[in-house]
Design a protein around this ligand. Structure first.
Ligand code: PMP
Length: 393
C-alpha cells in the first residue's frame, strides 16, 4: 500500500454535499423533467445486457417508431446527446470523398457541415441568414449541381426559431439518388413531422426538449434506403462507438439471434427515455402538436402586447417549442437574461452561433408547455424590460 503522505488530497468542494438549485428551464433546452420521468430514471439499475433491459429497449424502439411515425426496423436510441445522433448519421451514411449537401440557416447546418468535413466528405452548402428558409426549387437546383449522397435539413432550427417545411423534399432527394437527413431535436412532439409519409431517410431527435427526459440519449431511425447505403460501404465508419453494424446488433435490429456487448448503455437514461416516450404516446402526437401551438400563440400574442417583435415574421414558419424575439432596441440582452435569472429563477437564452446578438429565445416544451408558464415568462420579461436600464450603446 502507498504511504498516505504520498496521496494528494481531494479538493474541499468534494467533501460538501451536491447542490443544484431549482430553475425554471424556459430556454431552448434542456427543459424541466416531470416527476414521473425523474422517478423512472431514479429506479435501481439493472444490467445493460439483462433480458429485462432488452425488453425496455424494445419498448423504446416502439415509442420512437410512434413519435417519428415510422415503421423502420432500424430505430434505436443513441447513448449520447443530439450531437451523437448527428455524428452517427453522417459517419455511417457518408464515406470519405463523397459529396454532402447541407442547408445552413442557423447553427445546426454549420455543425453538420463541420462534422462531415472532419470525416473527409466533400461538403457543399446552401446558405441563408438565420430566420431564412429554402424553397424546394432551391434545394433541387443544388442537388442537381452537387449530386450529394446526403442532404441535411434542420426541421426545428432552434437557433433562429424556424420550423422548416419538409413536404416534397424527400421526393426531390430520391429523384437525385440522395438520402434525406432531418434534425428534429427541437421540434419533435411540438411540430408535425411524419418520417415515412415525408420520405425522410434518417431522422434524429434529443431526449431533453419536448420529450422532457434528462439530456443524454438521442432517438434515431434509418429507412431501408439508408440501411442499404450504410451496410454496403467500402470503408468502415470512422467511429467504432457509433458504428451502426454494432449498434444495430446491440438494439436487436440486425436479425441475429444473439445481442453482443458493444458498449455499456446509459441504463438510467434509457429508463427515463422510455417513460418520456410513454407519456407522448398517452397524450397522442396530434394533441401534443396542437397543445404546443396553442401555448406558443398565447406567448406570441403576449410578447407582441409587450411591444416586442417576433424574429420569425411568418406565423406558419415559427417553431412552437422555441420562440425567438428580436432583441428590443437599446437593451443589453445579457443584462435582461441575468436579471430574469436572478429575480425570477427563469432561464431564457440569447441566440446561438450566427443568431447571437440577434435574438432572445424562450422555450416552452412538453411538461413546461402551458399557459401558466407562458404567463410567468411574460411577467418576468415585462419586469426585466422595466428594470433594466436602456444601454447607452
Ligand atoms: N439540433 C438542434 C435543433 C438542437 O436544438 C440541439 C440542441 N440544442 C442539437 C441538435 C444538439 O443536441 P445536444 O445538445 O443534445 O447534443
Amino acid at each position: 500500500m502507498m504511504p498516505r503522505s504520498v496521496l494528494s488530497r481531494c479538493a474541499p468542494c468534494m467533501l460538501r454535499p451536491l447542490e443544484a438549485p431549482f430553475r425554471y428551464l424556459f430556454g431552448p433546452g434542456p427543459s424541466n423533467v416531470p416527476p414521473r420521468i425523474l422517478a423512472a430514471g431514479g429506479r435501481p439499475i439493472i444490467g445493460h445486457m439483462h433480458s429485462e433491459m432488452f425488453g425496455i429497449m424494445n419498448d423504446i424502439k416502439k415509442g420512437i417508431q410512434y413519435a417519428f411515425q415510422t415503421s423502420n426496423n432500424m430505430t434505436l436510441a443513441m447513448s449520447g446527446s443530439g450531437h451523437t445522433a448527428m455524428e452517427c448519421a453522417v459517419f455511417n451514411i457518408v464515406e470519405p470523398g463523397e459529396s454532402v449537401l447541407v442547408a445552413i440557416n442557423g447553427i445546426w447546418g454549420e455543425r453538420v457541415a463541420e462534422i462531415a468535413e472532419r470525416m473527409g466528405a466533400k461538403v457543399h452548402t446552401l446558405f441563408k441568414t438565420p430566420g431564412g428558409h429554402f424553397t424546394n426549387a432551391e434545394i433541387e437546383q443544388a442537388l442537381a449541381k452537387h449530386k450529394p449522397v446526403l442532404f441535411f435539413l434542420a426541421h426545428g432550427e432552434s437557433s433562429s426559431g424556424l420550423v422548416h417545411p419538409v413536404d416534397g423534399v424527400g421526393d426531390i432527394c430520391h429523384k437525385y439518388n440522395c438520402l434525406l437527413l432531418v434534425d428534429s431535436v427541437a421540434s419533435l412532439g411540438a411540430a408535425p413531422l411524419l418520417m415515412d409519409q415525408q420520405n425522410i431517410d434518417i431522422l434524429y431527435t434529443g431526449s431533453q426538449k419536448a420529450l422532457n427526459a434528462p439530456p443524454g440519449t438521442a432517438p434515431i431511425s434509418f429507412s431501408e434506403r439508408a440501411c442499404h447505403k450504410m451496410f454496403n460501404r467500402k470503408t468502415k465508419p470512422v467511429s467504432y462507438l457509433l458504428d451502426m453494424t454494432h449498434l444495430s446488433n446491440y438494439w436487436g435490429n440486425d436479425g441475429k439471434p444473439e445481442r453482443k456487448y458493444h458498449h455499456t448503455g446509459p441504463v438510467s437514461g434509457f429508463f427515463a427515455l422510455r417513460e418520456s416516450l410513454a407519456i407522448l404516446a398517452e397524450m397522442g402526437l396530434e394533441n401534443s402538436w396542437s397543445h404546443h401551438t396553442e401555448v406558443a400563440e398565447y406567448l406570441w400574442k403576449g410578447l407582441e402586447d409587450l411591444g416586442l417583435k417576433l424574429f420569425i415574421k411568418d406565423k406558419d414558419l415559427r417553431l412552437p417549442s422555441v420562440t425567438t424575439i428580436a432583441i428590443p432596441e437599446g437593451y443589453d440582452w445579457k443584462e435582461l437574461l441575468a436579471y430574469i435569472m436572478k429575480h425570477h429563477q427563469i432561464e431564457f437564452t440569447g441566440g446561438l452561433g450566427p443568431s447571437v446578438g440577434m435574438v432572445l429565445r424562450i422555450g416552452l416544451m412538453g411538461y413546461n408547455c402551458n399557459k401558466a408558464n407562458a404567463a410567468m415568462a411574460l411577467a418576468a420579461l415585462e419586469d426585466a424590460l422595466k428594470q433594466c436600464r436602456k444601454s447607452k450603446a
